[in-house]
Unconditional design. Structure first.
Length: 397
């Protein structure tokens, strides 16, 4: 029997790779003759690069960059042929900050610029950026500034980092031919942007953002209202930051050639604190992170040939069924008539929701142990034990 094991990370406890290994160990303890296909998954957030490197191989290049508060950290760029894969959370991720440091009014996405510059320096013609897990809410302003697209106030002064100052954004400077090589290359990121032909030493670069959300930039379902509080935004901060992003979108629409005129309302513009808007403003596109993973890693074909699929994540809740890993995997399994089992740290969805999404059954570590603390401290053990139980139920030994 072929068993496809494709979990997401269990945030704060296990990476997707570690979770897949634990599930495999449990299954083998009961059904050692089954064929296990391990395909750990990510949907654009932390772990995106690790999952792709595990499946695709390629060259993983370390890159010095900065975190959301401007401190030096190390990120990576994965080069596979002429495509570069990047993970924005390596520079903008919430995991870089202690709880007391979380403040989306001042955090910046500038560090992503160093990763993009490194990717273009490697000769990549296509950049695929995982968007998710961010501590920022600056509409990608820091990222754009690092590429030479700097926001200015009414007096023509460059704005400092952060989302709050964007309420004072009044104009945008564009890179010139005298700009350093990486930013100059980004000025011609897509032919569709209509920013002239590539100058000497420049080339067209396709830009794709892979996201697990489709939120717009502003409004009740926007980046700030939905995700700002978990990044440290107070109720007053949410109002301020949402207005700041609306102003920022208007500046981009007016001053950046080729920027979509309905930028703030576009699906995915609110991904990663508005980094999605920056990708769209540069002429790029936003795609479903899990759909991209299914295609890039061949997971879709593996699911079609499986006898059963095992997936999971730390918390299986209503958001899991909106474009995240479990929804994508379960949908693929449903389309091919394959049973899909979810093993999660916690399960708060109902059976009717699960069935509609293509999920055969779901089990949680909290219920398995009967203890929340044990579910957090021994997740690998719990996954091994639950997986062994599933092997006894599904294997055709």
């Amino acid at each position: 029997m072929r068993v496809v094991i494709c979990p997401d990370k269990f945030a704060g406890t296990l990476t997707a790779v570690e979770a897949a290994q634990a599930i495999a160990e449990g299954w083998r303890s009961v059904a050692p003759g089954d064929e296990l296909v391990l395909r750990p998954v990510a949907d654009g957030g932390p772990g995106f690069l690790e999952v792709l490197h595990t499946s695709l191989g390629g060259d993983l290049i370390e890159v010095p960059t900065t975190d959301p508060l401007g401190r030096v950290v190390t990120g990576s760029v994965l080069i596979v042929g002429d495509t570069a894969y990047l993970e924005s959370a390596q520079a903008t991720g919430l995991h870089h900050l202690a709880p007391g440091e979380r403040d989306p009014k001042i955090t910046t996405s500038a560090g992503l610029g160093a990763l993009v510059a490194a990717a273009t320096a490697q000769g990549a013609h296509k950049l695929i950026i995982g968007l998710g897990g961010s501590a920022t809410n600056d509409g990608g302003a820091g990222f754009l500034a690092a590429l030479g697209f700097k926001p200015l106030d009414r007096e023509g002064n460059p704005l400092p980092p952060g989302g709050a100052v964007l309420r004072r954004a009044a104009a945008l400077t564009l890179p010139t031919s005298a700009a350093p090589a990486p930013p100059a290359a980004i000025t011609t990121i897509l032919p569709a942007r209509g920013v002239g032909g590539a100058a000497a030493g420049q080339r067209w670069v396709e830009l794709v953002g892979a996201s697990d959300v489709d939120n717009p930039l502003v409004g009740e379902q926007g980046a700030t209202a939905v995700y700002g509080p978990q990044k440290g935004a107070s109720a007053a901060d949410v109002v301020l930051l949402d207005a700041a992003l609306a102003n920022w979108a208007a500046v981009l629409q007016r001053d950046l050639p080729g920027c979509p005129q309905d930028l703030a309302a576009l699906k995915g513009a609110g991904a990663a604190g508005g980094l999605g808007a920056a990708v769209l403003a540069l002429g790029g596109r936003i795609v479903s992170g899990i759909d991209l993973i299914l295609t890039e890693t061949g997971l879709g074909e593996a699911v079609a040939e499986a006898g059963v699929v095992i997936t999971g994540e730390g918390s299986f809740d209503h958001q899991s069924l909106r474009g995240k890993v479990i929804a994508g995997v379960a949908g693929a399994a449903r389309d091919h008539g394959v049973p899909c089992v979810v093993l999660a740290g916690r399960v708060t969805t109902g059976r009717r929701e699960q069935g509609a999404a293509g999920i055969t059954e779901a089990h949680s570590l909290v219920d398995h142990f009967g203890d929340v603390d044990l579910a957090m401290t021994a997740p690998a053990r719990g996954l091994r034990e639950l997986s062994a139980r599933m092997a006894g139920q599904y294997s055709r030994r």
